[in-house]
Design a protein around this ligand. Structure first.
Ligand SMILES: Nc1ncnc2c1ncn2[C@@H]1O[C@H](COP(=O)(O)OP(=O)(O)OP(=O)(O)O)[C@@H](O)[C@H]1O
Length: 282
């Protein structure tokens, strides 16, 4: 470990200092932290995909997570979103949303309802529906599809759809079928669909894979624009994209062999000898 890895000083302290006054189901961020991962170990049979990993995501933070193939990035996202339960995984440690919500005791749908939105690498949108309707259906959530389409759109939802179209730079294609969009536009639409659900924490898994340079730069600008409205964790291999998201001050976490190898600003991790050896130097 290097001396730049730990930033728990700003993380509001460990989850053993639980506040008990939060409303049930509400995320208690009284310490400024939306996600606590503490001493997490995930074993697949005897193999440790995650090994005593701790990290803290602050409210409104945009965190980039990088690391070599097999470092445990996807496994970490899976644990946070309740996806590892059905596999041959043994999980130890603590994963809390805010001070009180123990994610390791919850199933995937419940975690999504609490406000964790996850975008996988490949876009997943309703191809035959217009862009605006995709946003509307995302807002409708688990209301039945047909019921949602037949319901009147309230002024509040209309305004949020318009705002999301504008935020995600999709106004000019609002009435086009989602299937006709470019790859970059589809990725933006899917992120917009997650934003319609007002997430507390947005997890983006390699969002610029397959994008052109221009689409990548556009997404970086958009994410910078929504920075602070919710916490965002981006897992990415594209270093140019990570640099533009992190800027001079943002925190970049480097995972390797299932644990935090280094953590700090982009400049700090880029100069870290262990990071260069295990990842960037390749
Ligand atoms: N269900 C499973 N059973 C056994 N091993 C697994 C399972 N899922 C993941 N692993 C192993 O755990 C390690 C971490 O995998 P993971 O997919 O989390 O890495 P990653 O950092 O996301 O890699 P990449 O950048 O290639 O997506 C890898 O060695 C992988 O082979």
């Amino acid at each position: 470990m290097t001396d730049i890895h730990a930033d728990t000083a700003g993380a509001g302290g460990p989850i053993t200092h639980l506040a008990h006054f939060a409303e049930p189901g509400k995320i208690d961020t009284t310490h400024g932290v939306v996600l606590y991962v503490e001493n997490l170990t995930v074993r697949f049979d005897a193999f440790r995909a995650i090994n005593d990993l701790s990290l803290y995501i602050r409210e409104g933070e945009l965190r980039c997570i990088i690391g070599p193939n097999g470092a445990g990035k996807t496994t970490l996202m899976d644990v946070i979103t309740g996806k590892t339960g059905h596999r041959n995984a043994t999980i130890e440690g603590e994963v809390y949303l805010g001070q009180t919500l123990n994610l390791l005791t919850m199933q995937e749908p419940q975690i999504a309802q609490l406000g964790i939105g996850r975008k996988f690498q490949k876009p997943s949108v309703f191809e035959s529906q217009p862009v605006w309707e995709n946003l509307y259906l995302a807002d409708a959530g688990d209301r039945r599809w047909h019921a949602a389409l037949n319901a009147r759109i309230t002024a509040d939802v209309r305004e949020r759809i318009e705002n999301t179209l504008s935020t995600m730079k999709l106004e000019s294609v609002a009435y086009r079928a989602a299937g006709e969009l470019s790859h970059g536009q589809k990725q933006r639409l899917e992120i917009g669909m997650l934003l319609m659900q007002k997430p507390a924490l947005l997890l983006l898994d390699e969002p610029v894979a397959g994008m052109t340079d221009r689409e990548t730069a556009e997404l970086a600008e958009i994410l910078q624009g929504i920075r602070g409205t919710c916490s965002i964790v981006v897992v990415e291999h594209d270093m140019g994209f990570v640099s533009s998201l992190a800027g001079d001050q943002g925190t970049v976490t480097v995972l390797a062999a299932g644990t935090v190898l280094a953590q700090g600003t982009m400049q700090q991790v880029q100069q870290d000898p262990q990071v260069i050896e295990s990842y960037l130097g390749r």
